[in-house]
Write a protein that binds this ligand. Structure first.
Ligand SMILES: Cc1ncc(COP(=O)(O)O)c(C=O)c1O
Length: 388
């Protein structure tokens, strides 16, 4: 291993969303960014850019587009074109703009709950309605409910489905067959698929991510695929993502909304960071995945030896794990408060991902193993004490 993922980096007092939002006695394992240093080439590129001390309006050069196009081809076997790539600062921003572009007030948008909570906000804050197609949880595994989906797609107020692929928080890497079935149903019913693939590079070895747009020309034409180097390479604070919109008409609609809020220019550090990540990051990413897998195995072993009543929903992708605490028989809010206030560990509340998340909490595994160990020990100790 040539990169040091065990290194603990002090992140407090850096205006860090994850570490500075709560008291110093709380260990944060919630929001999805990583406690690891970036790839050295990214740091070098940002330093070099910072050294040229003029930070005026910025545009992407062909280097940026080539890096994105090449990454998507190399890693996901999809040939995309420069003009399909639309800049958005973040994917959440992008989703807010996309739903506005594709819907009229009162329309319903399908999401597969439990799911990343900003999906609800992107829909509801813009005057649209959430239509849930809850995942089925069978024998410890989450699956799509196609029967329910087929019914919901028939609703005339549905024009958009937001797909989380891989799925946060349940960690499923959808198979090509599952995606094909979903995509065919959407096509039959004239519903556009917005595929949030921000986690698509964080895939554990035995699984394979299928990018939605690459499945067929029809799917390519009926979808918007959202990607970013931010999750993969820990660049969330640089605010850069790509909305891939092959369909010209859809693209025009989205660009119109982007222009309506004057949000067309990237920040001065995002190009060099993304280019360095995409062009030099493969070895780092491969070692990161090995480290995350070891963290996952460490957690599974710790839980089975010390807290066997907690069930780990094994993720196929993402550095997040969905933990089932329902055996503790606590009210969802009480459970979260207990872990936060008694164990002093900040996980993400299961219930914010939808009612289907009641009894669950989401943990972020992208941290040095010593931090993961500390977090698990704190939770174990608090539960043991509460039972005494
Ligand atoms: C599914 C999903 N989409 C989007 C985001 C956030 O993306 P951004 O920071 O680009 O808005 C996250 C972050 O956790 C996520 O899990």
């Amino acid at each position: 291993m040539s990169y040091d993922f065990d290194k603990v980096i002090e992140r407090r007092n850096t205006n860090c969303e994850k570490w500075d939002a709560m008291g110093e006695d709380v260990l944060p394992m919630w929001v999805a960014d990583m406690d690891f240093e970036v790839l050295p080439e990214i740091l070098e590129a940002v330093k070099k850019r910072a050294g040229h001390a003029v930070y005026g309006y910025t545009r992407f050069s062909d280097k940026y587009y080539d890096a994105v196009i090449s990454w998507v081809k190399r890693r996901h076997n999809w040939n995309i074109k420069k003009e399909w790539i639309v800049y958005s600062p973040g994917i959440v921003t992008g989703l807010n703009l996309i739903v506005k572009a594709l819907n009229q007030v009162g329309d319903k948008i399908i999401i597969q709950t439990p799911v990343y909570y900003p999906f609800f906000r992107a829909i509801e804050n813009n005057g649209f309605r959430v239509l849930r197609n809850p995942l089925k949880f069978e024998n410890g595994k989450y699956k799509m409910d196609f029967e329910d989906l087929e019914k919901k797609l028939k609703d005339k107020r549905v024009k958009t489905l937001i797909l989380c692929s891989p799925h946060n928080p349940v960690g499923r890497v959808w198979t090509k067959e599952e995606l094909k079935k979903l995509g065919d149903l959407c096509l039959e019913n004239g519903v556009t698929v917005v595929s949030d693939e921000i986690h698509s590079d964080i895939i554990y070895k035995e699984n394979e991510h299928t990018t939605f747009g690459a499945i067929s020309k029809d799917f390519e034409n009926n979808s918007i695929v959202c990607i970013s180097a931010s999750k993969t390479f820990n660049l969330a604070g640089l605010r850069t993502s790509s909305l891939i919109i092959p369909n010209k008409e859809l693209r025009r609609k989205v660009i119109n909304v982007i222009e309506s809020i004057g949000n067309a220019e990237p920040n001065a550090f995002s190009e060099c960071a993304s280019v360095a990540a995409y062009n030099h990051g493969e070895q780092w990413l491969s070692e990161l995945m090995d480290y995350l897998k070891e963290n996952l195995n460490f957690m599974k072993k710790y839980i089975s030896e010390n807290m066997p009543y907690v069930k780990v929903i094994e993720p196929e992708g993402t550095y997040l794990a969905w933990l089932d605490f329902s055996a503790l028989k606590m009210d969802p809010r009480e459970l979260h408060e207990f872990i936060l206030k008694k164990a002093k560990v900040w996980l993400d509340e299961g219930y914010i991902f939808g009612d289907e998340g009641n009894g669950f909490e989401r943990i972020n595994l992208a941290c040095p193993r010593s931090i993961l160990k500390e977090g698990l020990e704190r939770i174990n100790k608090a539960i043991k004490q509460s039972k005494e």
